[in-house]
Design a protein around this ligand. Sequence first.
Ligand code: C5P
Length: 318
Amino acid sequence: MRTISARAHAKVNLHLGVGDLREDGYHDLTTVFQSLSLSDTVTLEIGPDRDLVVEGSIVSGLSATGLDAASVPTDDSNLAWRAVDKLVEYYRTHHGLAESRSVHIQIHKGIPTAGGMAGGSADAAAALVAAHAFLSETHPAVPMSVLVDIAAELGSDVPFTLRGGTMLGRGRGELLTPLLSRGTYHWVLVFFREGLSTPRVFAELDTLREQGTSLGWSMETDDLAKALLSGEARQVAAHLHNDLEAPVRQLRRDVDRMREAGLEAGALRAVVSGSGPTVAFLCESELHARDVLDDLLADGAYSGTVAHGPAKGAHLLT
Ligand code: C5P
């Protein structure tokens, strides 16, 4: 059996400023993404010649292994499945794709599910890259801009996980501008057994704001951008910020305890990753990060890992 594999990386939001709720149900964001070494791998297992699909989904099934694999949807609600379907539709409409062999999607998870690290989005981005490699064997390649447009239809974080690096995100997070960043940043990531639903966290922020809790809109990222140019972890640490942290702490009281423990263990700064509950601790070096992680996981109550960034965008594995 022939396979095509692609890898996509997790993200942490160095800054996440959340504006008002829009009419389409999304919030305007000003965010700075950094991709991390933590990754998922998506493999397309290509079906036999006799299994030619002329309409509908070419995906025959989906299976998952690795971290939190039991909570990964294995039907067409999975973003990776939808990513393949969307690209096939594009090829049918624009490049006359008439028939295709079926594919089985195999996902190996290294990124926690519902952890605020764009795990589902990374799977979609990797699936797009793998499906593009498959379809462009027999039909023209499509420009990156087309893949990014399809990615944005799949979810707000999918364009970033496709492109990777360090980027400013606006709109609902899908309008991206690359940012210059020097050096490598070392993180400790602490995972929680139970994830959080992204819509629920945004809704909790709206509720807190309606109740008059003084929660502002932090749309200023110039100081963070300057800190990223310095390559100094301490300077970047001073500008980490997440407007979703208040609702996450409201929904998950144990996040506060974990933050405190990490700071006591010597981390430079803690920030909730995206819509949480993963807590990311920025450290001075890889060695420093390993020390902090050992301290935090000593009692066996949590799991976690060290990671570094920025990492690259979704890419084929050869
Ligand atoms: O785009 P995505 O499907 O990942 O978004 C999931 C949910 O998160 C949305 O339905 C919305 O409730 C919330 N969201 C938001 N504003 C954003 C991004 C996501 O309110 N900018």
